[in-house]
Design a protein around this ligand. Structure first.
Ligand code: C5P
Length: 233
């Protein structure tokens, strides 16, 4: 498997503590190069893994979805940049995007904006006081993320095509909700296969349970990479 193919697959370490995460990383071995650490693992003592993974030559996506006043987001982003992390998520509000862009300046950290949480539908937005529907708000925030100069967006496979037309070819589009054909959906409703997601314009795929809960996680990761390599050929 080439490095480019391995770089496209990000495995979500949705596990409660560093011991379990280390065991999963060990089982996956050299098949996986890119890991996502979310809030559960980070707050469960997983921050130390960032350094361990970076030293082992792995890429790290810290999915912390920052959102605070600009000053705080800028300083927090700068701290995270020093950890050797490659991707960090922030909520795609204009002040937050601009602050994260400032905080990551001069580093290799790439900031990804979360447009609208996929657990929200139009009525949730109305209840929260928004006058735009999900599609309109995703489009507005994608445009604002582009203007802020951040590296990319995290979004569901359904939003890939429309968002690519808004942001153009240069922004990174990173998508969860990826399921190999025939895999269990879990609580994911809007899913695509790896090949479909890439065809719709995704640059990286985030996959958790289809790999970590597989009888042989390494085999499952290699099968997805094979699908990625075939789709990109
Ligand atoms: O196990 P699964 O492949 O569904 O994991 C997908 C990962 O992507 C999880 O870490 C989940 O929190 C994350 N995610 C998502 N949908 C979003 C944003 C993040 O599934 N809209």
């Amino acid at each position: 498997m080439t490095d480019t193919t391995r770089d496209k697959l990000i495995v979500a370490l949705d596990l409660p503590d560093a011991t379990k995460a280390r065991a999963a990383i060990e089982r996956l071995g050299d098949s996986v190069k890119f890991y996502k650490i979310g809030m559960e693992l980070a707050y469960g003592g997983g921050f130390g893994l960032v350094d361990e993974l970076a030293r082992a030559g792995k890429q790290v996506f810290l999915d912390l979805k920052l959102h605070d006043i600009g000053h705080t987001v800028e300083k927090a982003t700068a701290q995270i940049a020093r950890l050797g992390v490659r991707f960090l998520t922030v909520h795609a509000f204009p002040q937050t995007l601009a602050a994260a862009a400032r905080g990551s300046q001069g580093s290799d950290l790439q900031v990804l904006g979360v447009t609208v949480m996929t657990s929200y539908d139009d009525s949730d937005l109305a209840t929260a006081g928004y006058r735009l529907n999900v599609r309109e708000l995703v489009a507005l925030r994608a445009q604002q993320a582009k203007e802020a100069g951040i590296a990319g967006l995290i979004l569901s496979p359904e939003e890939l095509v429309a968002t690519r037309t808004i942001v153009g070819p240069d922004m990174l589009l990173v998508t969860p909700g990826v399921r190999p054909a025939g895999a269990a959906l879990g609580d994911q409703k809007r899913v695509a296969t790896p090949a479909e997601a890439l065809k719709r314009g995704a640059d990286h795929l985030v996959v958790g349970r289809p790999i970590l809960a597989a009888p042989d996680p390494r085999e499952a990761a290699l099968a997805i990479q094979k699908e990625i390599a075939d789709a990109c050929a």
